[in-house]
Design a binder for this molecule. Structure first.
Ligand code: AMP
Ligand code: GLY
Length: 425
């Protein structure tokens, strides 16, 4: 191992969590983030290159002799950022474009699961709206779930209670193209019930090592009411992920998924995110993401005790099977502070009070999701503004600490859920 300069691609709370963890490693030289944000700038040199600008990013990496690159968001992965970095010989963490299809195409991932017997909701795929409507007209069990094939900012899933709602969904996805080309194909699938669990895992193409489990809170308001958001908070570990469930997931889902991707000629390397539902029939895959989750990363990485640069290097060298990875036995909670009106319409540019010079707080780890630094202060610059994370010896303590810190940080219109982790005790 040698010290190397590292480039992290992306700009949110997840990227800040990756950077804070990478910064702990003695193997990290200079740290860059492109494009980053105001708060990330306290921990890494931010470079104004768009995350999807492959040409700009590879030119920067070459010029600055980047020794390792970490691609965090879904869109550069789906566009082939990792393939482009690999062509330059730059060791990179993340799946190739072909492997990223596990997230960027729901038709691909559903067909993969069916072919290899991985438990997932029964489904049909359609590219013709008329055929989709005929199928729905014959359907007997409601609700039913309709998903746009491609990336849709986490909004491409519609749960339809009856035929009228389902016809409307098909119309808006396939004809009005609510999600653009992502809606050229759709998946219609069985509605499943049960608690949801997020499991991020380290993968090197052959081996899959799950990280500590977590629970997301996707709805904007307390009690899981309101609109879907990018995630309003997370806790780890998830109580529904018992040792027996973990064992079943390893045998029926994790190992078979890695083997399936290898067999399809696109081995998965990077972080594979399993979005699971623990149904009465056992764990089912709701979705795969080809990357670290946001805000799951903000509770998972603070519990990671093993050097992240060493893990990423082991993945690059395909020797993850020989690599022991340790997580703390503590619990973690992250409360997201959002702009008033998020996820619909919100204003930005409000000064944030309660942070120190580095954008931190003495009682918590502050991950900056949407901030800028101007006029000597941190200001809001996005819908999700900050993630406030605390760890503790048990769930109740981690949550109490995170809320204690969150309440001391404020800005005009600030909104946060008051019940993060409540379902996890
Ligand atoms: P996704 O974008 O695939 O994660 O879906 C967003 C959310 O929709 C999930 O977190 C689930 O809560 C819900 N969902 C997706 N698929 C199903 C399904 N087959 N049955 C029930 N709920 C689902
Ligand atoms: N928290 C869910 C995601 O990252 O897509």
């Amino acid at each position: 191992m040698e010290v190397k300069d590292i480039l992290v691609i992306g700009s949110g709370g997840r990227e800040h969590a990756l950077i804070r963890k990478l910064k702990e490693s003695p193997w990290t030289g200079k740290l860059y983030c492109a494009p980053g944000n105001g708060g990330i700038a306290a921990d890494a040199q931010c470079v104004p290159i768009r995350a999807t600008d492959i040409e700009g990013m590879t030119a920067f990496a070459k010029e600055n002799k980047i020794g390792f690159c970490v691609v965090a968001p879904d869109d550069p992965l789906a566009l082939g950022m990792v393939d482009a970095m690999n062509q330059l010989g730059i060791p990179t963490f993340g799946p190739t474009k072909a492997a990223a299809r596990i997230e960027s195409s729901k038709v691909f991932s559903k067909n993969l699961m069916k072919k290899y017997g991985i438990p997932t909701a029964a489904y049909e795929t359609f590219d013709d709206p008329q055929k989709a409507i005929s199928y729905l007209q014959a359907n007997q069990t409601w609700p039913i779930v309709i998903k746009a094939d491609g990336l849709a900012l986490g909004k491409g899933v519609l749960i339809c209670q009856d035929l009228a709602e389902a016809e409307k969904a098909v119309h808006s996805i396939m004809e009005e193209k609510q999600f653009g080309a992502s809606g050229n194909h759709i998946v219609i699938e069985e509605f499943l019930t049960g608690p949801e669990v997020s499991v991020l895992s380290f993968c090197d193409g052959k081996t899959c090592i799950p990280m500590v489990s977590s629970m997301d809170h996707k709805r904007a308001l307390d009690g899981d009411e309101g609109l879907n958001t990018g995630g309003m908070g997370t806790v780890a570990p998830n109580i529904h992920y018992t040792p027996a469930v973990a064992e079943e997931c390893m045998e029926k889902i994790f190992k078979p998924t890695l083997a399936a991707m290898q067999a399809e000629g696109c081995p998965f390397s990077g972080c594979l995110y399993f979005g699971l539902m623990i149904t009465p029939k056992g764990p089912y895959v709701i979705e795969y993401n080809c990357r670290f989750g946001d805000p799951e990363t903000q509770v998972v990485l603070p519990l990671l005790e093993t050097d992240l640069v060493e893990i990423m290097t082991a993945i690059w060298e395909k020797r993850l099977d020989q690599y022991p990875i340790q997580f703390s036995k503590d619990c973690a909670a992250c409360v997201v502070l959002a702009s008033g009106g998020y996820p619909v319409k919100y204003e930005t540019g409000f000064p944030i009070s309660g942070l120190d010079q580095n954008g931190q707080h003495p009682d918590a780890i502050i991950y900056h999701a949407g901030t800028k630094y101007a006029d000597h202060t941190y200001q809001t610059a996005g819908g999700r503004v900050l993630g406030v994370t605390c760890t503790g010896p048990d769930m109740a303590e981690a949550i109490k600490r995170a809320y204690h810190a969150a309440e001391q940080i404020t800005f005009e219109g600030v909104h946060f859920r008051k019940d993060i982790g409540k379902k996890n005790m």
